[in-house]
Design a protein around this ligand. Structure first.
Ligand SMILES: O=C(O)CCC(=O)C(=O)O
Length: 259
């Protein structure tokens, strides 16, 4: 399966693209079943809601051994990390052959999965989850260039009240000043200049099986989950073959899978 010229132009222009109903209900259910068991039993490595905001920039950039701490024992889980090696259902989706020609088109290169960063089941538990502030994913990623794209798979309904992704279209092509970001590299939402841009944000309700491709420099955020039902999604990242992780950074500490 390939993108039309129009879809590819849309991705290049906006920095994101939705592929509606790309994954079957059966495959989503299989992923969900395993994800729920790992979430229930808190199988490490996990990131908790406490761990998410408490870690310093240095920790996120440099530390490869990224499990929760003993003091996070009761904290709500935010993501299951390193899912590629947890179960074949996760691996199968990440190596899916149907999406590969599309990834080749958006990367304009051979496709390589990077296991160092997004390689996760993301969860937003009812009420106890937190919002994700405006950011670019590449903030803690260290590569020779920014030819990296994330693949988000909705495993259920995603909408404003349960924390669907919001994007600032075209922001992956913009140059920003350092002072537009705070010390944790979140895009400041109290700066008038940033607020003007934030007004242009876009988001779309997602349904089970919908896939969103988004560029690693695209500004995005998400609400906390204000509904009674957990929201569970899958996200992984690919890079172009000619993009390399910088030595001695967290980005180079995990294997890469050449597809
Ligand atoms: O689901 C969310 O809160 C957004 C996750 C996200 O943007 C990220 O982990 O980079």
């Amino acid at each position: 399966m390939k993108l039309t010229d129009e879809q590819l132009a849309q991705f290049k222009e906006n920095g994101f693209l939705i592929l509606p109903k790309f994954v079957s209900d059966g495959q989503c259910e299989a992923i969900l079943d395993i994800a729920k068991a790992h979430l229930k039993h808190r199988i490490e490595p996990i990131e908790t809601e406490i761990g998410y905001d408490a870690k310093s920039k240095e920790y996120r950039t440099e530390v490869a051994d990224y499990c929760s701490m003993p003091q996070e024992e009761d904290a709500p889980v935010r993501r299951l990390r390193q899912v590629y090696s947890r179960d074949v259902v996760f691996k199968e989706w990440m190596e899916d052959e149907k999406i590969r020609p599309i990834l080749e088109q958006v990367l304009n290169d051979k496709v390589v999965i990077t296991l160092a960063h997004h390689n996760s089941i993301m969860t937003k538990l009812p009420y106890v989850s937190t919002q994700t502030k405006w950011h670019q994913d590449r903030r803690y990623w260290r590569y020779s260039n920014d030819n990296l794209v994330s693949i988000w798979l909705a495993l259920g309904e995603e909408y404003n009240a349960n924390g669907v992704l919001e994007f600032i279209p075209g922001s992956h092509r913009m140059k920003f000043d350092e002072n537009q970001f705070d010390e944790k590299e979140y895009f400041k939402d109290d700066l008038p200049k940033n607020q003007e841009l934030i007004k242009t944000k876009m988001s779309y309700n997602l349904h089970k099986g919908d896939v969103v491709l988004f560029h690693c420099s695209l500004l995005h955020r998400a609400n906390k989950n204000d509904t009674d039902t957990p929201k569970i999604s899958f996200v992984y990242t690919v890079k172009g073959m000619s993009t390399s992780a910088l030595a001695n950074t967290r980005s180079s500490e995990y294997p890469e899978i050449i597809l």
